[in-house]
Design a protein around this ligand. Structure first.
Ligand code: ADP
Ligand code: MG
Length: 254
């Protein structure tokens, strides 16, 4: 059975997509078969993995609403063991469509029951920056949630709301949902505030914060413009190494 990890935080720009792409690539390098499902209408993890999706490219949205079989939609991305189910702008419509359908929180979970998914060891869900129906579907389907938190001002804002949402999902739909970990991102060791945020995170959530910390790293920011995970762009960069470290931390934990 695949372990399904939702990469979620309702704040935008905290490193969800960067984490999804680079954690997936690092797991693939560790010979785990990984599928990225791009649930964000912006489709940044799709383009960041080098997939040039057009309007006619079968997407996660088509799969979710039942228009396309998953076999037709999943694409190989760069590395052996690395696959992506592309995102599309259509997914934005799901928020309003879902509101009028009973049980729409459980749509993705139902779809992921397809035996097709058994070939993967990990499925990473890249979520949009909101706690709407798409993210809710991800949390209802997931084995765990990975929460990237940017080491900057207001970092902890919103985190308690997210943790409450996780509690609600556990109570109503998915009692087994675990917190895979809180991941400090864009850490700058020379910056006092960045260090303060890291310290606060470790104080408040000692059990939940990963040992791995993702530094602010120019190479990480520029890799998506080449349509590549950073490992394939500059494997020795601090960014690439930090995501490899995270992958090993998660794989060791199981
Ligand atoms: P989210 O998916 O949460 O909105 P992204 O992963 O898209 O966030 O990151 C937001 C922006 O910050 C992107 O331009 C990305 O390339 C950049 N970025 C993310 N993580 C880092 C990092 N560790 N160092 C430098 N830039 C980063
Ligand atoms: Mg994103």
């Amino acid at each position: 059975m695949a372990k399904i990890v939702a990469v979620a935080n309702q704040k935008g720009g905290v490193g969800k997509t960067t984490t999804t792409i680079n954690l997936a690539a690092s797991m693939a390098v560790e010979e785990k078969k990984v599928l990225v499902i791009d649930l964000d209408p912006q489709g940044n993890s799709t383009s960041g993995l080098g997939v040039n999706a057009t309007k006619s490219t079968p997407s996660a949205y088509d799969f979710l609403i039942g228009n396309k079989s998953v076999e037709d939609a999943v694409i190989e991305a760069h590395l052996k063991y690395l696959y992506v189910l592309p995102g599309s702008l259509n997914m934005a419509g799901f928020e309003s469509e879902a509101a009028s359908v009973k049980g729409s929180q459980e749509l993705l979970r139902g779809k992921l029951q397809d035996p097709y998914f058994e070939q993967f060891q990990y499925i990473l869900l890249d979520c949009p920056p909101s706690l709407g129906y798409i993210t809710l579907n991800a949390l209802v389907s997931a084995s765990s949630i990975l929460i990237p938190v940017q080491c900057e001002f207001f970092a902890l804002e919103g985190l308690s709301h997210l943790l409450k949402t996780i509690e609600r999902v556990r109570k109503q739909w998915n009692p087994d949902l675990e917190v895979e970990g809180i991941l400090p991102t864009m850490y700058d060791k020379r910056n006092k505030l960045s260090n303060q945020v890291l310290e606060d995170l470790r104080d408040h959530f000692p059990e939940l914060v990963f040992k791995s910390v993702i530094p602010r790293n120019v190479t990480l920011g520029e890799a998506p413009s080449y349509g590549k995970p950073v490992l394939l762009h500059d494997a020795l960069s601090k960014g690439a190494q930090s995501y490899l470290h995270l992958a090993r931390e998660i794989l060791a934990y199981g």
